[in-house]
Design a protein around this ligand. Sequence first.
Ligand code: C5P
Length: 396
Amino acid sequence: MLLGVTGGIAAYKACSLARLLVGAGARVRVVMTRSATRFVGPDTFAALTGGPAYTDLFEEPGAVLHVRLAREADLAIVAPATANVLAKLAHGIADDLLTAALLEATCPLVLAPAMHTGMWEHPATRANVETLTGRGARIVGPEAGSLAAGDEGPGRMAEPEEILRVAEEVAASGRDLAGARIVVTAGPTWEPIDPVRFVGNRSSGRMGVAVAKEAFDRGADVTLVLGPGAVEPPPGLRVVRVETAEEMRRVVLEAADGADAVVMAAAVADFRPGSTAPRKLKKEAGPPEVRLVPTPDILAELGAERRARLLVGFAAETADEPGELLEAGRSKLAAKGLDLLVVNEVGRPGTGFGAETNRAAILAADGSEEPLREWTKAELARAICDRLAALRRPLR
Ligand code: C5P
């Protein structure tokens, strides 16, 4: 485990964290920034962890220390994480041993921010935290309480026990989808009117891509069926590009054969033009009459097959009040024979289609639910994969 300690007064609490981690059985490698050493000495960590606490990128000439530390780590924790280190990590700056090691590392990352309230609430920090959570980093805290210089407010580092709990959770969830074959759909479909025009929707594909990435990171064999114009998929996944609902149906049905789960995050068009003009419709001919006909409901078709396969649907709904949204979700969950349904609210600015966050609830066939709230897409993806991992166990 790589424990990064940066320069905030809470660095003294990182000593307790190091002790707790060692007590929990972890092999801990500590890397301190130069400013962290103003608050606690490397020798304190060396005594607590039984190994050196590194501070210098060039400490072991020829050993390429940052690469070695990055490769050895199964989990990285930065506690305390200052506003400065969050900014550097968000932007890929690697000007010391810790930031260089974290840029090279591919393991899960837990960040325990600690700073004054103004720094925590500054739009720059908010944006950096959003970038980092969007990439899958787990943020723990900060809590409200007394800060340096006698101030009070949100910004106090989470307690070492809480950081340990989150680190254990992240470590345990590491590979819990290993061996699972999961099909994930993402993005819109485009239903052609003629060779240049189509009927589409505002889906960016970000939600489905987040689920695919999370499942892949947790060891699943993922096939991502990606609609047109959607975001770039992360490297390493099997990606099949499709354009129309009919194409998506064909690819999904084939990939779903033998799969353990299908997550339909795509915003499949419900209607398509009844016919597609072979040549571009001329403006001079006047506005065309486009008659829409229903597309096949892929998810309902899979739900009707009754195989030992988990099915996750998404329902984008507009609602005047939350009860209405959940009610619509519950009936869709049952109607399509799903194990999980993510209902998300659309039609409000800044959430849902194309946005970074979703206002959503997760409804399960067993009646349990994750209540309606604001999630980043990475967080929602994590919660879906947690549920999939838990639901999959009895199947094996
Ligand atoms: O019924 P509604 O379109 O709201 O259901 C949404 C869910 O159904 C999504 O998971 C979506 O991917 C899926 N769907 C589908 N085929 C369609 C339309 C929606 O699989 N033609």
